[in-house]
Write a protein that binds this ligand. Structure first.
Ligand SMILES: CC(=O)N[C@H](C=O)[C@@H](O)[C@H](O)[C@H](O)CO
Ligand SMILES: CC(=O)C(=O)O
Length: 316
């Protein structure tokens, strides 16, 4: 009964996610095991050094799909536990190829006090149409009916080309806990349609392509989830403030500088592995190597990118 009431009222009672959400990296030890001892200092770094108080755990950046269900539970629990009183939102990504695994992770996320869950489309057997994907998300949500559910749209990696706006259409009728979308696609028309559908429903639309955030802000997204907010959170907050204050030329100047960093990083082969090493270099946190099939990155590469980031942060 309580769950039912919660679910029905959810979209009005859940606070929108605004501002920046860091998509966290997963610390591994040199022998490839998850290294939970880094989570507490990692949270302090995000809050104190970057002013970022929301995290998205076990997503793309966190190599979620390369981890076991048990590892994902341990990581989610550590983020929730150490984040208590420090973080505002811990969103746990629970997407897996197996519905059962996703349900287990959703149920677990509710039991550890996560603030929300998110799910990516299965990508081996792909949903045939938006109905099939909505059904999958619904079945995951049913394992954590009291937790806000955010659809994670990432066509570039899943290969699922359904438009997010089609997935959202009518989804509130099947999933009472549905609360928005993390949009990591490039299609601004589809993104705009998601914003326009979400606004009257009080859902959150979070953008996920950091280097073109400004375009998404113009379209009215509520916030952003990204890997680079781990180490460029402070800078990107300035882009958002400039935009909010109507100082568009300042917002553009900063976004262009940000693009320059990403362009440089891409010229060196920027992937999650390089990104993770960059975060280790900038923050000093020992995040360790990535897990196969990602290959460890040359430290000199990450150092070159980290230097660019430092120059940028110091306003050069
Ligand atoms: C595919 C992927 O990992 N996207 C990240 C999150 O959505 C982004 O934060 C990118 O890492 C970032 O925009 C740099 O290209
Ligand atoms: C970047 C992002 O949102 C993710 O790592 O899942």
């Amino acid at each position: 009964m309580l769950t039912e009431r919660l679910s029905t009222d959810m979209s009005q009672s859940v606070k929108k996610i605004t501002g920046l959400v860091a998509a966290t990296f997963t610390p591994l030890s040199e022998d490839g095991e998850i290294n939970l001892s880094v989570i507490a200092p990692y949270i302090d770094y995000l809050v104190d050094k970057q002013g970022v108080k929301c995290v998205f755990v076990n997503g793309t950046t966190g190599e979620g799909c390369s981890l076991t269900v048990d590892e994902r539970k341990q990581l989610a629990a550590a983020w929730c536990h150490h984040g208590k009183g420090k973080l505002e939102q811990v969103i746990v990504h629970v997407g897996c190829l197996s519905l059962k695994d996703s349900q287990e992770l959703a149920h677990h996320a509710a039991s550890i006090g996560a603030n929300g869950i998110s799910v990516i489309s299965p990508s081996y057997f792909k949903p045939m149409n938006a109905d099939a994907l909505r059904l999958f998300i619904k079945e995951v949500s049913a394992s954590a009916p009291g937790l806000p559910m955010y659809y994670y749209h990432l066509p570039g990696l899943t290969g699922v080309t359904l438009e997010a706006a089609d997935v959202l259409d009518g989804i509130e009728k099947v999933i009472p806990s549905f609360q928005g979308v993390k949009y990591s696609g490039m299609d601004l028309r589809d993104l705009g349609q998601c914003v326009s559908y979400s606004q009257p429903r009080n859902w959150s639309v979070l953008y996920g392509v950091d280097e073109q955030l400004l375009a998404a802000l113009v379209l009215g997204v509520d916030g952003a989830v990204g890997s680079t907010y781990n180490y460029l959170g402070r800078m990107v907050k300035q882009i958002i403030s400039a935009f909010d204050n109507g100082n568009h030329s300042q917002a553009r100047t900063l976004q262009f500088k940000f693009m320059e960093i990403i362009t440089f990083a891409r010229s060196l082969g920027f992937d999650v592995s390089v990104n993770k090493q960059v975060m280790s270099e900038v923050s000093g946190l020992p995040l360790g190597p990535p897990r196969l099939p990602l290959l460890p990155c040359l430290v000199s590469k990450a150092q070159a990118i980290a230097q660019k980031i430092r120059d940028f942060s110091q306003g050069h």
